[in-house]
Design a protein around this ligand. Sequence first.
Ligand SMILES: *[C@@H]1O[C@H](CO)[C@@H](O)[C@H](O)[C@H]1NC(C)=O
Ligand SMILES: *[C@@H]1O[C@H](CO)[C@@H](O)[C@H](O)[C@H]1NC(C)=O
Ligand SMILES: *[C@@H]1O[C@H](CO)[C@@H](O)[C@H](O)[C@H]1NC(C)=O
Ligand SMILES: *[C@@H]1O[C@H](CO)[C@@H](O)[C@H](O)[C@H]1NC(C)=O
Ligand SMILES: *[C@@H]1O[C@H](CO)[C@@H](O)[C@H](O)[C@H]1NC(C)=O
Length: 307
Amino acid sequence: MAAFLFGLLFFAMQPPPIPSAPTAYSSSTLSPLPPPSDNGTTSMAHPNGTVQQLPDIVIIGVRKGGTRALIEMLSLHSAVAAAENEVHFFDWEIHFQKGLPWYLSQMPYALPGQRTVEKTPAYFTSSKVPRRLHQVNPDVKLLLILRDPTERVLSDYTQVYYNRLLKHKRHQPIEEVLVKDGEVNLGYKALNRSLYYVHMQNWLRYFPLDSIHVVDGDALIRDPFPEVKRVERFLRLPPQINASNFYFNRTKGFYCLRDHGRERCLHDSKGRAHPRVAPDILHKLYRFFHEPNRKFFELVGRTFDWN
Ligand SMILES: *[C@@H]1O[C@H](CO)[C@@H](O)[C@H](O)[C@H]1NC(C)=O
Ligand SMILES: *[C@@H]1O[C@H](CO)[C@@H](O)[C@H](O)[C@H]1NC(C)=O
Ligand SMILES: *[C@@H]1O[C@H](CO)[C@@H](O)[C@H](O)[C@H]1NC(C)=O
Ligand SMILES: *[C@@H]1O[C@H](CO)[C@@H](O)[C@H](O)[C@H]1NC(C)=O
Ligand SMILES: *[C@@H]1O[C@H](CO)[C@@H](O)[C@H](O)[C@H]1NC(C)=O
């Protein structure tokens, strides 16, 4: 019995036989790739020639960093198919428990040769996501778009403020959430989300630094074209996005996109004015982030022009 099992194991460990000479009808350069030997968990082909596939590019964050702008700009490229909604597969248990077939069902219909991208800004700050994503695709290319951490906190507060306003809920004035007993309030979640090095350390336990491209979100808004070209290069996409894909809208005060003659600006909730914050509190925040920022720069081997 044991010998039989061992024999099976041994057989299973044999490398596949290599043909000693190429056969006349199989040419390694011309024959198409063999169909992927999966059972519908990594891709799902449709009769019209499109395919739903697991993303090989994920925009992981950060919340209020400019992820919507980034995915819209990336979608200008014809080799990119982008998921429309934030999927929240790896961070929400209710989704994660549905498994990969559900994740796949959330993916866009990609044309042959297109690469699939999804963005969920909450991934970056969720500690369980890196391990889960690595298990699904260790070779995934990650995009992380960041802004000045203080600006990001204010933007985060502003979004919550408007959401509560819409629901007629009470909101706390910004000074009250940012500072407690004269100190920066570490219990404020939005503040934690801006401690980029804390979260980055967690990602770097699973992914090499060269799988993660950090996009300068402040630069992307000021002048999108050079930042987007860097992303294009990082992803090894054929160069295609060009300066004429962007135009400045004076009324809005920022860039809009031109895609095959179609013009697109971001939703009005993007780029909302921040609340006025007392200068002493603002400076307290700048000072507070100084050390966390330095740690982040050290982790990624690059500095950013933050306050
Ligand atoms: C499909 O295949 C993957 C490995 O390729 C495996 O992990 C998974 O359990 C399989 N799912 C089903 C439903 O057979
Ligand atoms: C292909 O089929 C899917 C599923 O029926 C559909 O949603 C999608 O729009 C189709 N895409 C094209 C390019 O025809
Ligand atoms: C900040 O968030 C990280 C990751 O979720 C967590 O491990 C850490 O305890 C948080 N820090 C504080 C001060 O809340
Ligand atoms: C820029 O790209 C558009 C299509 O996206 C193309 O029509 C146009 O010719 C390109 N312009 C330049 C200068 O390459
Ligand atoms: C510029 O922005 C304004 C204000 O949001 C908008 O009404 C207008 O349609 C935009 N124009 C172009 C050409 O994008």
